[in-house]
Design a protein around this ligand. Structure first.
Ligand code: HEM
Length: 392
């Protein structure tokens, strides 16, 4: 699609599969570090350059991160550390995320993750082909999260439905409200029980941990479980799909199968090449205009952090559109954000991706993409393949 007609279309409708997004972003970036777009009928802006994005992530005065969360998911699930600012954000982030620190993730049972991957593979291994999104990547992260939380096995799929439903708060508000009510009704007795009888699971840890004498009350516990696990699972699901697409569409599957030492680099490169969160919303401060990248922007405007654009900025990455597992990307990639809000789940996400990749390479060494339709990641805010029809 030519550029102007793309800009005439609302950003919420952009599909731009595969390299179409990145070529379009090249054109926008060439014109400047901030592009004007439209989002749900409102004028909005997109930060396009890598340097500009690093500045924008740190500019918590003009772009207070909590505002988008206060307007987005907080009215559905209540206050949580993402919708808090300053010291409160720091305190509750510390309380809510000890489970995800690298030391804790290292101690986590990767056997449990392998077991989940094996169970899912067993469901389709006797068929000649399968859609890997539907039969694997869509289910895997939700089941892992349910097991970390200590949800009984026969309730895992119900739990996954609620968690996915919460994320549809913009497009399907009624479904999101119903999922919230059912999830809260489910969690109330579980929290009460874990308060009395702590187990070795994440819910017990969230209940009993304190920071400077502060503990989470039940309302905060529920909103944190809702936000962390829905955001963490959908991004992991998208990233597994993007990783599979990257390896299968470029012929690198066989190389990482035969060279386990390349696997961590391949994961980092896939996270850079097609980040699951390609555009992340911020809202400018209330009351007065802000200057972002030299442009005056009215109060209360949407500014999107162009993570996918920064990750393909040629001033930072040589030959950026090439999926190149030999490059060193980790420090420069913006996939997990930057600054005070940087993703606390990134170590868990990477561990999930590595475990998944090892299992799939071992059980399905000859995995091949057999249909290109729907396979290239598409969409903007969350980006992933619609379908990965594969033989194995
Ligand atoms: C590959 C998978 C993932 C990607 C691409 C990703 C991406 C991101 C990004 C870009 C941010 C920054 C948000 C901002 O600046 O407002 C973020 C924050 C966050 N992520 Fe992740 N994430 C992933 C996995 C996870 C997992 C597995 C969890 C937890 C189970 C998680 C929990 C969070 C939380 C709670 C925040 C908010 C941090 C804050 O506001 O201080 N993420 N993530």
């Amino acid at each position: 699609m030519p550029r102007q007609s793309q800009l005439d279309q609302d950003m919420s409708e952009w599909e731009l599969p595969g390299l179409a997004l990145h070529h379009f972003l090249d054109e926008l970036r060439a014109e400047g570090p901030l592009a004007k777009i439209e989002y749900y009928g409102m004028p909005a802006y997109l930060v396009t350059s890598h340097d500009g994005l690093m500045r924008a992530f740190k500019d918590t005065v003009n772009l207070p991160p909590e505002r988008a969360y206060q307007m987005g998911i907080a009215p559905l699930i209540g206050e949580n550390f993402q919708s808090m600012s300053g010291e409160r954000h720091r305190l509750y982030r510390k309380l809510a995320t000890p489970t995800f620190r690298p030391r804790m993730v290292d101690k986590m049972d990767s056997y449990m993750m392998q077991e989940v991957a094996d169970e899912l593979i067993a469901r389709f291994i006797d068929c000649s082909q399968t859609d890997m999104t539907r039969s694997f990547s869509l289910l895997y992260p939700y089941i892992v999260i349910a097991r970390l939380l200590g949800i009984p096995r026969d309730e895992e799929e119900k739990f996954a439905d609620w968690v996915v439903g919460l994320l549809h708060f913009t497009s399907e508000p009624e479904r999101a409200n119903r999922c919230r009510d059912e999830l809260w009704a489910y969690l109330d007795p579980v929290i009460e029980e874990r308060r009395r009888n702590p187990q070795d699971d994440v819910i017990s840890q969230l209940i009993h941990d304190d920071v400077d004498g502060v503990k989470m009350d039940d309302a905060l516990l529920k909103s944190h479980i809702g936000i962390m696990f829905s955001a963490g699972s959908s991004t992991t699901h998208d990233s597994i799909g993007n990783l599979l697409y990257a390896l299968l569409s470029t012929g690198e599957w066989n190389r990482v199968r035969d060279n386990p030492d390349l696997r961590d680099q391949a994961i980092d490169e896939a996270l850079r090449w097609e980040p699951a969160v390609s555009f992340l919303p911020r809202v400018t401060k209330a009351g007065s205009a802000s200057i972002i990248e030299g442009v005056e922007i009215p109060a209360d405007s949407f500014v999107f952090m162009g993570i996918a654009s920064a990750n393909h900025d040629a001033s930072r990455f040589e030959d950026p559109h090439r999926f190149n597992i030999d490059r060193e990307v980790d420090a420069k990639s913006m996939t997990f954000g930057h600054g005070p809000r940087m993703c606390p789940g990134m170590h868990l996400a990477k561990m999930n991706l590595r475990t998944t990749l090892d299992c799939l390479l071992e059980r399905l060494p000859n995995l091949q993409l057999i249909e290109s339709e729907g396979a290239a990641p598409s969409g903007t805010i969350f980006r992933h393949p619609a379908k990965l029809l594969c033989s194995f």
